[in-house]
Design a binder for this molecule. Structure first.
Ligand code: FAD
Length: 289
């Protein structure tokens, strides 16, 4: 089923994410995580894609397994930054063969060496989206950045590019993680004002390794509210306490989003079924209320 149709009612939809193993050795562990997360009956599960394309085979295989054998719709990510158009066409054919109906179309992070862009390559996600649209009847999602994408000179410019991307054929958007909901509300106001009307799924990251997250956010420019920093400072050295606090923080964000009328929420569950399950338990009376 197409995700745009799943989202087309007024119910609260929670989705989760898993990432494929870097090597075939980790495949069974990821399948087991996918099975446990699917048992929570999310609206869909997304499967990420290695920017270098190395795990692309596994993305299609796992996404296909989720929809065919686990009874949950899947969303296959697809990045184009390290592939030629011909290589991307082969991946799209594979997704079609595996019965995948939903693709999150991304450019990917530009490699640090000078290999980007080579001839016959996509420069931006919007070009990939146009191409996917011409290749079959897919539901297409794309990424957006409430705090602005790191390469953008300003948020206004980023939203102009986002509008262009959506007009190329995007059915829904998923946001980069954020830790202060007011940033999301401000972003939604700005994009709606610019005429971007597709559903936006806020991406919530339950932080289980606080110190690592602090480093990632410092690099990507994600704002860490004082309340969040205090939690990491206090519990960062105690993994069990940090996980409990991270789940509580994410739950708090989700409840606030739902209370403010947001109906579709994506959780960066990072192959951690216990984290996904704890959040679903915390929302048991809220989702569907
Ligand atoms: P684009 O939409 O192409 O934007 C990239 C930059 O170019 C932005 O600054 C934008 O403003 C600018 N831009 C866009 N169009 C134009 C234009 N026409 N002219 C000038 N500038 C333009 N990475 C992975 O490797 N694998 C994944 O599975 C993955 N999943 C993700 C899921 C989500 C929900 C998010 C938010 C990110 C994900 N990423 C993933 C990271 C993503 O690949 C990077 O953030 C990447 O740098 C940008 O990808 P994009 O598709 O947003 O690019």
């Amino acid at each position: 089923m197409k995700i745009r149709d799943i989202l087309n009612d007024n119910k609260v939809h929670i989705s989760f994410e898993i990432f494929p193993p870097k090597t075939d050795a980790g495949y069974d562990n990821v399948l087991s995580a996918a099975e446990q997360i699917a048992a929570l009956k999310p609206s869909f599960i997304s499967v990420t894609y290695g920017a270098g394309g190395g795990t692309s085979k596994n993305t299609a295989k796992i996404a296909s397994h989720i929809r065919q054998n686990l009874g949950v719709e899947s969303l296959a990510h697809l990045t184009c930054v390290s592939s030629t158009k011909d290589e991307v066409h082969q991946v799209i054919d594979r997704l079609k063969e595996q019965g995948i109906e939903n693709i999150l179309a991304l450019r990917g992070d530009i490699p640090k060496d000078d290999t980007f862009p080579v001839p016959n390559q996509y420069k931006y996600a919007c070009e990939l989206i146009e191409d996917i649209k011409s290749q079959g009847d897919f539901c297409i999602g794309a990424a957006c950045y409430p705090e602005g994408h790191v390469e953008s000179a300003c948020k206004k410019e980023d939203i102009i590019h986002l509008k262009n991307k959506v007009e190329c054929g995007v059915d829904f958007l998923t946001t980069q993680m954020f830790f202060d909901n007011s940033i999301l509300y401000n972003f939604l106001y700005r994009i709606r004002e610019q005429g971007i009307t597709v559903p936006v799924l806020p991406g919530i990251m339950p932080v289980t390794n606080g110190k690592q997250m602090k480093r990632i956010c410092d690099l990507s420019g994600t704002i860490l509210p004082q309340r969040f920093r205090a939690i990491v400072d206090c519990f960062g050295d105690n993994p069990a306490a940090m996980q409990q606090a991270g789940i509580a923080y994410a739950t708090d964000q989700i409840i606030d989003l739902i209370a403010n009328g947001i109906r579709n929420i994506h959780i960066y569950s990072m192959n951690k079924p216990e984290v996904a399950a704890a959040i679903m338990r915390n929302l048991s009376e809220i989702v569907g209320a």
